[in-house]
Write a protein that binds this ligand. Structure first.
Ligand SMILES: NC(=O)c1ccc[n+]([C@@H]2O[C@H](COP(=O)([O-])OP(=O)(O)OC[C@H]3O[C@@H](n4cnc5c(N)ncnc54)[C@H](OP(=O)(O)O)[C@@H]3O)[C@@H](O)[C@H]2O)c1
Length: 160
């Protein structure tokens, strides 16, 4: 991809406070790619680059429009372990399709999770993105080593 194209695109990164979103934002910063990053609570995310933050919650469609202003592609992920992640994320995909000209989605899935019927969220959301005619990239990362620190360690040290 030419530098000219990179400079012209503006990416919306969903979930800037999380494992994946934090890393995506770091890379975009390094490459000088313009982006906006979503957080559910700006107050709680003050250590991030405030200028680029926008308040966004899948469960609140009123936050959608402001988040996508000037955006031409979306890095999309589903909150992990949400009891109805498909139902949570689908309305935003529908909004992108019906209310915007954004046609490019990079979706963060998970390797092999579709083999477990109880964890088919990524298969279902990937299929929905494809079915709706987006230009897409589906990422299939495996389990992150960071989980041992970010989740396992912190959870086990916060048990009462
Ligand atoms: N971790 C792994 O090992 C791994 C491996 C493969 C695939 N994946 C997949 O990668 C995806 C991201 O995982 P992760 O580890 O980065 O998760 P994470 O660290 O828990 O981050 C989730 C992000 O989603 C945001 N979020 C939660 N609920 C939201 C809502 N209602 N509206 C908008 N944003 C919301 C959170 O923001 P707040 O700060 O507001 O909570 C947070 O920034 C998941 O779908 C997971 O299945 C993860």
């Amino acid at each position: 991809m030419s530098n000219e194209k990179i400079e012209n695109m503006k990416v919306l990164v969903i979930g800037a406070t999380g494992n994946v979103g934090t890393a995506v934002v770091q890379v975009l910063n390094k490459k000088n790619v313009p982006y906006r990053a979503t957080v559910r609570n700006i107050e709680a995310a003050k250590e991030l680059d405030e200028v680029r933050l926008v308040e966004f919650d899948y469960s609140n469609p009123e936050t959608y429009q402001k988040a996508v202003e000037g955006i031409d592609r979306v890095f999309l992920l589903a909150p992990p372990l949400h009891p109805d992640a498909v139902g949570l994320v689908k309305p935003f995909i529908e909004f992108l399709k019906n209310e915007t000209k954004i046609n490019r989605i990079v979706y963060c899935g998970g390797m092999g999770l579709g083999k477990n019927p109880a964890m088919d969220v990524h298969e279902r959301l990937s299929a929905y993105i494809k079915k709706n005619g987006f230009d897409y990239t589906i990422l299939l990362p495996a389990f992150f080593a960071q989980n041992f620190k970010n989740f396992e360690y912190e959870t086990s040290h916060n048990v009462e």
